[in-house]
Design a protein around this ligand. Structure first.
Ligand code: F6P
Length: 535
């Protein structure tokens, strides 16, 4: 396969296992039906949702008119000296622009956090040069709403008219579509769900305003559109879907994703939401485990519960490798995951368990006493307070607690580290993934909260119920008020962590929360404790 070609390589055993599934998909005409946006592919229960979720198959054509609009606005903003783009958006409303701009080396500040320090840092950038893109399909996502309020107030304080500096991307009819205080509203195609929206206004507007060549992305998707629509055994999307289906049927319910020189930066973070939110429901699904490279623990040494997947040329023990330029990979993976949904017998277009955590966070925000009532730790070790869910031990040293806790991961289960911290200033927290994976020998995921709630959060609550959850929260030196709202970002962040933890614990999952009263010292202490766990 040439570097620019799009395709899927499978190892011989997986090729053999996938072959009958590919034959069935071809015989059923699944690729052609998908391209024709046939909503019956996932059964009667999914039909109504699918009927308003399939317009992504033709975006390489239908998104073309956006290109000129984006370019015109970008030119106007630049002529006014506005060249810094901050994007407020969760999940599907920011993951694609992040990978697009990172791949092109174009600067984009993404706000998908409620961490007060991280938001304060984004505010401390040069507001004179800043445009805020507020992206939300629903127009009601609390994180994005908070960012908009905080930025509008900050613009005003600097004597800048927010109506000139806020650009909205939303669905027709959403509350944001009516926002007065904004320069332009881009209405996205409502017949595309968030995680399939990379090539809609959600992906293209922020990335294009930041300076990425978004027309090229559409060209790249167009290059593979015929191949993924073909009812033939060499269709790369059918091959990828069948490999997922065959691996899952064989007990490999996790996909370990590593970049192997794809030329794309951060594809795993985008694919993570697509895979987890689309498939992780009804007690089944595919859990994406994003790792740093083929040398990372969990990839080459994956056991039977996981399939190592290379994003780029096959190497390092990968059983699946997908190649192609970013626009093509978007369409390839979207098609493959939709078809995998059919093989797994689920509706790939809903996210039935995401709401539970949002609801729990809301009721904690409405009841500040309940938030305070959780403030008595089960144990304290230096700068680390330990909060254990029922049935979880908090005895002994931090190492003992973590050893006991990680030992509760069931056979073929997984450990999820969920850090409600600043992903720039507290970046070292992400190193815990590989340390824990190495020392426990179990597949381990890492997510920044609340970002992951709009991504793997669906799987954790709806997928295979064999996860064990290590939450990390941290004290904030300074908090940020959310204008016209009764909460601060800090309380919202804590309510999100506690709310999701509560939902997981209610479902019988072990949850341990480590609260860092001093973030740097606490992280160092947690790392030390993890390193003392011997396998
Ligand atoms: O674009 P919205 O409506 O703000 O939603 C953001 C994200 O939240 C989710 O609905 C899940 O919480 C995702 O599916 C979506 O991408």
């Amino acid at each position: 396969m040439g570097a620019d070609q799009t395709g899927v390589e499978l190892d011989p055993a997986l090729e053999t296992a996938a072959a009958p599934l590919i034959d069935t998909l071809v015989a059923d005409g699944v690729a052609g039906k998908l391209a024709a946006q046939d909503a019956t592919l996932w059964g009667a229960d999914a039909e109504s949702e699918a009927s308003i979720r399939l317009a992504w198959t033709t975006l390489h054509r239908t998104s073309r008119p956006l290109i000129g609009e984006i370019e015109a606005l970008r030119t106007d903003l630049r002529s006014e000296g506005v060249d810094r783009v901050v994007l407020a958006g969760m999940g599907g409303s920011s993951l694609a622009p992040e990978v697009i701009t990172a791949t092109e080396g174009v600067a984009l500040t993404v706000l998908d956090t409620t961490d007060p320090a991280q938001v304060a840092d984004a505010l401390a950038g040069d507001l004179d040069r800043t445009v805020l893109v507020v992206s939300s399909k629903s127009g009601t996502t609390v994180e994005t709403d908070s960012h908009r309020r905080v930025f509008a107030a900050a613009f005003e304080e600097e004597g800048i008219d927010p109506a000139q500096r806020i650009v909205v991307v939303t669905d027709p009819g959403s509350p944001l579509a009516e926002l007065d205080q904004c320069r332009k509203v881009f209405l996205a195609d409502p017949n595309v769900g968030g995680r399939y929206s990379a090539l809609t206004a959600f992906g293209l507007v922020p990335a294009g305003l930041a300076g990425a060549d978004v027309a090229r992305l559409l060209d790249q998707a167009a290059l593979v559109a015929d191949a993924v629509a073909a009812d033939t055994a060499d269709n790369p999307a059918l091959r990828l879907a069948a490999a997922f289906g065959a691996a899952h049927a064989d007990g490999a319910e996790k996909l370990v994703l590593a970049d192997t020189g794809s030329g794309i930066t951060g594809f795993g973070d985008w694919a993570e939401q697509l895979i987890a939110e689309s498939t992780g429901k009804e007690g089944t699904g595919l859990l994406p485990v994003v790792v740093d490279g083929t040398d990372a623990p969990g990839f080459a040494d994956a056991a039977g519960d996981a399939t190592p997947v290379a994003i780029g040329p096959s190497s390092g023990g990968a059983r699946i490798a997908t190649q192609g330029p970013l626009g093509a990979q978007f369409l390839l993976w979207e098609s493959a995951v939709a078809v995998a949904g059919r093989l797994l017998g689920i509706n790939p277009f809903d996210q039935p368990d995401v709401e539970a955590a949002k609801k729990a966070a809301r009721s904690l925000l409405d009841d500040p006493e309940a938030l305070n009532a959780t403030a008595t730790p089960s144990a304290v070790s230096g700068a680390v307070e330990v909060y254990a869910s029922a049935g979880t031990s908090a005895e002994g040293s931090l190492t003992d607690i973590l050893r006991e806790f990680t030992a509760t991961v069931p056979a073929d289960g997984y450990l999820a580290v969920q850090a409600y911290l600043d992903r720039l200033d507290d970046a070292s927290a992400s190193l815990l993934r590989s340390e824990l994976a190495k020392r426990t020998g179990v597949q381990t995921t890492f997510g920044w909260g609340p970002r992951f709630l709009h991504s793997t959060g669906q799987y954790h609550k709806g997928g295979h119920q064999n996860g064990v959850f290590l939450q990390i929260t941290g004290a904030s030196e300074e908090d940020l008020a959310v204008p016209d709202r009764p909460y601060t970002l800090g309380t919202l962040q804590l309510a999100q962590a506690l709310g999701d933890g509560q939902v997981l614990a209610d479902r019988g999952r072990p949850v341990l929360r480590l609260h860092l009263t001093d973030r740097a010292a606490g992280l160092a202490e947690v790392m030390r404790a993890v390193q003392e766990i011997s396998r």
